[in-house]
Design a protein around this ligand. Structure first.
Ligand code: UFG
Length: 338
């Protein structure tokens, strides 16, 4: 089938693009390259072969979307286009709501007009807010996301719920990502953040290759086993397979469906540091710094619903995530620009 990937040149989008092509689907990518590179698409083409049509543009451009749907026999869309820097979202909420909520709604409108009702949406575990009981299941009540980024994802989730109630033709899969990291094992595609990374594994990988002097550990006084934050890191290749599995499920059903994509296992910041040292055989320079505003002590997924419904589970562990992330960073010290 032909699948539209908005944001298909970005970190997660490019890995899903790989998975779609490897599975024999045709893909149309729409990306504005504001935080991604056309090189990601050409590298995926080299890795997977297959048919990709690339459009440069903004997902809020309704005319462009209408032209794309008119020009291709698209049967489903996966929506990755959006902004994801937590700090930026606090500083510029209008931009975040405009792009993330406005972009999501623009896509939904264009899909409905084109008669395409199958959509997979990238959401985040941030929608659960700060909860005490672990693990997080899809039936855990939604909390208060700590920032406009998380709130923008929650708002799109709500719009999708209402849309499915209003029109039974919709078939929507909301995927709540835990902490994606890692890269395609070739080292050809990976995460290439603009400026200093804000996420742990990308930052630590840049320290490991000598691009940054040291990692700051944001707080060692959390109520966790070693005092540092605990997260459920999921390999981006596993995450990509989860998208294909969701698409397969939606082919047979309509309605609104939600799945956690995580491993079910949390690791602390210090465990990640030790993992990197294990993989590289080198000490990783780090120091303790104060807690980062808005951070939560710990969370991890109960991924069993995705197992039951989709037959999906993460197959790669922390060392695979770190080895693959580091390979990408070593082979592309300066990212796609390097
Ligand atoms: N951390 C450090 N040092 C760093 C970066 C992170 O110690 O330089 C710690 C954090 O305090 C946290 C853990 O590493 O305990 C993970 O932090 P990340 O920034 O990698 O990820 P978060 O769990 O904070 O999640 C953030 C956003 C989510 C978003 C996710 C993926 O809060 O909304 O990144 O982009 F979904």
């Amino acid at each position: 089938m032909t699948i539209l990937l908005t944001g298909g040149a970005g970190y997660i989008g490019s890995h899903v693009l790989f998975a779609c092509l490897a599975a024999g689907h045709e893909v149309v990518v729409l990306d504005d390259f504001s935080n991604s590179s056309p090189a990601a698409v050409s590298r995926v083409r080299e890795l997977a072969g297959g048919v990709v049509t690339l459009y440069r543009g903004d997902v809020r451009d309704g005319k462009l979307l209408a032209d794309i749907f008119a020009g291709h026999a698209i049967t489903a869309a996966m929506h990755f286009a959006g902004k994801k820097a937590v700090n930026e979202s606090v500083a510029d909420p209008l931009d975040y709501y405009g792009v993330n909520v406005g972009g999501g709604m623009s896509l939904m409108r264009a899909m409905a007009a084109a008669g395409v009702f199958r959509l997979v949406f990238s959401s985040t575990a941030s929608v659960y807010g700060e909860r005490v009981e672990m693990p997080l299941t899809e039936t855990s009540p939604l909390g208060e996301p700590a920032n406009p980024y998380g709130r923008s994802k929650m708002m799109v989730e709500r719009v999708l719920t209402d849309l499915c109630r209003a029109d039974p033709r919709w078939s929507v899969g909301v995927l709540r990502y835990f902490n994606p990291a890692g890269a395609h094992p070739s080292g050809r595609i990976g995460e290439d953040p603009l400026g200093p990374p804000s996420n742990l594994i990308p930052y630590a990988a840049q320290v490991a290759v000598g691009r940054r002097p040291q990692l700051l550990v944001f707080g060692n006084d959390y109520p966790t086993p070693d005092g540092t934050g605990v997260r459920d890191y999921i390999h981006v290749m596993d995450l990509a397979q989860g998208h294909l599995a969701a698409l397969g499920y939606l082919k047979e059903r309509t309605g609104h469906h939600v799945w956690n994509l995580g491993t079910g296992r949390g690791y602390s910041v210090l465990e990640v540091i030790r993992g990197i040292e294990r993989v590289t055989g080198q000490p990783l320079p780090w120091a303790v710094a104060p807690r980062r505003a808005g951070d939560i002590a710990q969370y991890w997924a109960d991924p069993s619903l995705a197992g039951k419904d989709l037959g999906w589970r993460a197959t790669r562990g922390l060392d695979d995530i770190l080895a693959d992330h580091l390979r990408w960073q070593q082979q592309n010290r300066e990212g796609y620009a390097g």
